[in-house]
Design a protein around this ligand. Structure first.
Ligand code: ADP
Ligand code: MG
Length: 140
C-alpha cells in the first residue's frame, strides 16, 4: 500500500541552495513528489505546525528559524513513505545521522537540520492537510 508523507525543506537548506539535491534524494529513493510549493511561513503558522513542541525549550527558537526564509513543502508518495522518508532524512541530531542521509550531508546543527518529515501516517495526514488542498495533490 503506498503511503503519503509531508516533507519540508527548511530555511537552512533553502539558503544553502540545496533544494534540488534534496528533492533528488527523494526521487532516487523511490519517493514520488506529488505536490510541491514554496511558502514563507508566518509566525502563527509555524507555531501551529509545531504545537506538539510548545513546551520544549527550543520551541520559540524553532519558530523563529522556520520563519527566517521561505521553505519548500512537498507531499511524497511511495511504499512505506513515512518511514522511508525518515530513513532518507537521518536522525534529528545530524551528528547521529547515517552516511548518505540528508541531515548528515546538509544539516548545520540540531535545529538547522535541513528537513522536516512526518513521524506517523496519522500526523502525515494532518500535516498534508495543513499545507495542501486536495486538488493540488496529484497522481501520475
Ligand atoms: P524531527 O524533526 O526529527 O521529527 P523533533 O520532532 O523532535 O525532530 O523536533 C522538531 C524540530 O525541532 C527538529 O527537526 C529540530 O529542527 C528542532 N529540535 C529538536 N530537538 C532540538 C534541540 N534539542 N535543540 C534545538 N532544536 C531542536
Ligand atoms: Mg518531528
Amino acid at each position: 500500500m503506498p503511503q503519503k508523507t509531508l516533507s519540508i525543506i527548511k530555511p537552512d537548506a533553502v539558503k544553502k541552495h540545496v533544494i534540488g539535491k534534496i528533492l533528488q534524494k527523494f526521487e532516487e529513493n523511490g519517493l514520488k513528489i506529488i505536490a510541491l510549493k514554496m511558502v514563507h511561513l508566518k509566525k502563527e503558522d509555524a507555531k501551529k505546525f509545531y504545537m506538539v513542541h510548545k513546551d520544549k525549550p527550543f520551541y520559540e527558537s524553532l519558530v523563529e528559524f522556520m520563519t527566517s526564509s521561505p521553505v519548500v513543502v512537498q507531499v511524497l508518495e511511495g511504499e512505506n513513505a513515512v518511514e522511508k522518508n525518515r530513513e532518507i532524512m537521518g536522525a534529528t541530531d545530524f551528528k547521529k545521522a547515517k552516511e548518505g542521509t540528508i541531515r548528515k550531508e546538509f544539516a548545520t546543527d540540531i535545529e538547522k537540520n535541513a528537513v522536516h518529515g512526518s513521524d506517523s501516517t496519522q500526523n502525515a495526514e494532518i500535516e498534508i492537510e495543513f499545507f495542501f488542498k486536495k486538488e493540488n495533490i496529484f497522481s501520475y
